[in-house]
Design a protein around this ligand. Structure first.
Ligand code: AMP
Ligand code: MG
Length: 417
C-alpha cells in the first residue's frame, strides 16, 4: 500500500499527473459544438458588423446639416435592410432608413423617426425636431470585430453565448478537442444486470449506469460498460481491454478484501499507481493510476463512495483529458442548516442539499440510514466537506460546498465549467 493521501493531496496528484490530450483535433458542426473545447483560434472572415448600419428607423443625414433642432431636409431615397439606397446623401438631404439598413454614403448619423415630422409640400421633406450628433444611431462597420481578428481563442469552452458570434463569422464547422473515451467495468460476483430481479445475496449492478451518466455529464464519451464477477483472470482480461480506452473506471474490488482484485490486476498490467487510498469517508478505497497517457481509477463499489470519489478525483481527470486547465472542483460558501456529526479520524465529504434563503445559500446533509443508501443521492445537489474533528459541526457555521453538475439545481447556475 502507498501512503494515504488527504483529499486535497489526492486531487492535486490527479491534476498534476493527468495531461491534456495529444490526439489531433476533430471537426464538429456548430450545432454540436456547445460544451466542446476549441482546439484552434477561430478568426472572422468579415468585419462585424459587415457594414455601417442604422440602429433605428428614421432618417440618415449629414450631422453638419442638423447641428441644431428644426432643420428641414429633402428626402431623396430610402435604405431598407438588405436593400441599400442607390445614392449618397447630399447637402440639405436625408434618406429614409430602417434598422439594420446600410448607412448611405456621406451620411454620418440617423435621427429616429419619433423625433421627426413630415413637412407638407410637393416634394417629400422632413423636419428634424432634435439636434443630431455625428455617429448618432449608427453602428460602424467593424466596430465589434475586424476581419481577420481572433473571434474565439483556442482553449475556449464553447457556450451558448458563443453560438451567435460563431454563426456571424461563418464558423459552421469547428476544430474541437476530442472527448476522452471512458471504459467502465463493474466488478462483483453479487451483481446482476439492472433488468433482472436479484435473488439470494445478489444486488443490481447500479454503478455502471451512474458512472456512465456522470462521465457524459463531464463531457466525456462512454466507450463501454461491462460487469464481471470477482475472478482475477476475467477482471484482468476486461481491464486489459479497458486500458485501450483513454480512461478506465473500475467499480468495486478496490480495497484489501480477499476478493478485491483491482490493485493487483492493474499492477500486473503495468499501471503505475499514484495513490490507492484517500483519507476520506466515504470513498477511502480509491485508486488512481496511469499507463502512459491512459488514466485508471479503481472506485469503491459502494455507490455513495463511488459518487463522491467520482466528483472529487475522476471528474477533474476527465476535464483535463478534455483539454481544460482549470479542473479542480468548483466550491463556494454556504451556511449549515443543521448540525453535522464530525468523525475524529477522517474528513468526510457528504451528499448535501442546497437551498436559497433570502438570496443566500444554505446547505444540509442529505441524510442516510447507512453508508450504502442511494436515496441520499437522489436528494443531493452538492457535496459537503466536513473536516475531521470532535463533536458536531454546528448549525449556522459557514462552510464550503461543492455543487454537483447535474444536481436538482442544474449545471448552469452553479458550475464554473
Ligand atoms: P466493494 O467495493 O467491491 O467491496 O463493494 C462495496 C459494496 O458496494 C458492496 O456492498 C457491494 O455489493 C456494493 N457494490 C459493488 N459494486 C456495485 C455496483 N456495481 N452496483 C451496486 N453496488 C455495488
Ligand atoms: Mg466487491
Amino acid at each position: 500500500m502507498l501512503p494515504m493521501l488527504s483529499i486535497d493531496q489526492a486531487i492535486e496528484r490527479v491534476t498534476t499527473t493527468v495531461r491534456r490530450p495529444s490526439a489531433a483535433a476533430e471537426e464538429v458542426p456548430l450545432a454540436d459544438a456547445v460544451g466542446r473545447l476549441l482546439a484552434a483560434d477561430v478568426r472572422t472572415d468579415v468585419d462585424l458588423p459587415p457594414f455601417s448600419r442604422s440602429t433605428m428607423d428614421g432618417f440618415a443625414v449629414r450631422a453638419a446639416d442638423a447641428a441644431s433642432p428644426g432643420a428641414v431636409l429633402r428626402v431623396v431615397d430610402e435604405s431598407a435592410a438588405g436593400r441599400p439606397a442607390s445614392r449618397a446623401v447630399g447637402e440639405g438631404e436625408a434618406i429614409r432608413i430602417f434598422t439594420g439598413a446600410v448607412l448611405p454614403a456621406d451620411a454620418d448619423a440617423v435621427l429616429q423617426v419619433e423625433r421627426t415630422a413630415t413637412v407638407d409640400g410637393a416634394d417629400e421633406r422632413v423636419r428634424l425636431e432634435a439636434a443630431v450628433r455625428p455617429g448618432q444611431n449608427v453602428a460602424r462597420g467593424g466596430e465589434d470585430l475586424r476581419r481577420g481578428e481572433v473571434a474565439v481563442p483556442a482553449g475556449s469552452r464553447i457556450g451558448v453565448g458563443h453560438v451567435n458570434l460563431l454563426a456571424s463569422i461563418g464558423a459552421t464547422r469547428l476544430p474541437v478537442v476530442p472527448r476522452p473515451r471512458v471504459a467502465i467495468l463493474a466488478t462483483g460476483t453479487e451483481l446482476v444486470p439492472p433488468d433482472r430481479v436479484p435473488t439470494g445475496g445478489q444486488i443490481r449492478e447500479s454503478n455502471g449506469a451512474m458512472l456512465a451518466a456522470l462521465v457524459r455529464r463531464a463531457g466525456a464519451a462512454v466507450a463501454w460498460v461491462e460487469t464481471v464477477a470477482d475472478d482475477r483472470d476475467r477482471i484482468a482480461a476486461l481491464a486489459g481491454r479497458g486500458l485501450e480506452a483513454d480512461v478506465l473506471l473500475l467499480s468495486g474490488g478496490s480495497s484489501v478484501g480477499d476478493y478485491d482484485f483491482t490493485p493487483d490486476v492493474l499492477a500486473a498490467h503495468g499501471v503505475e499507481t499514484h495513490f490507492d487510498r484517500v483519507a476520506l469517508k466515504p470513498g477511502k478505497p480509491t485508486l488512481f493510476g496511469t499507463l502512459g497517457e491512459r488514466v485508471v481509477f479503481g472506485l469503491p463499489g459502494n455507490p455513495i463512495s463511488a459518487f463522491v470519489s467520482f466528483h472529487l478525483f475522476v471528474r477533474p481527470a476527465l476535464l483535463r483529458r478534455a483539454g481544460l486547465d482549470d479542473v479542480a472542483p468548483t466550491r463556494f460558501r454556504a451556511r449549515l442548516d443543521e448540525a453535522v456529526p464530525r468523525i475524529a479520524a477522517r474528513d468526510q465529504v457528504l451528499p448535501a442539499r442546497l437551498r436559497l434563503d433570502d438570496g443566500r445559500w444554505r446547505v444540509a446533509f442529505a441524510g442516510w440510514h447507512g453508508s450504502g443508501d442511494v436515496t441520499c443521492l437522489r436528494d443531493a445537489d452538492a457535496l459537503l466537506p466536513v473536516p475531521k474533528g470532535d463533536g458536531a459541526l454546528p448549525a449556522g457555521e459557514e462552510t464550503w460546498v461543492l455543487p454537483l453538475d447535474g444536481g436538482r439545481l442544474g449545471s448552469s447556475a452553479l458550475s464554473s465549467s
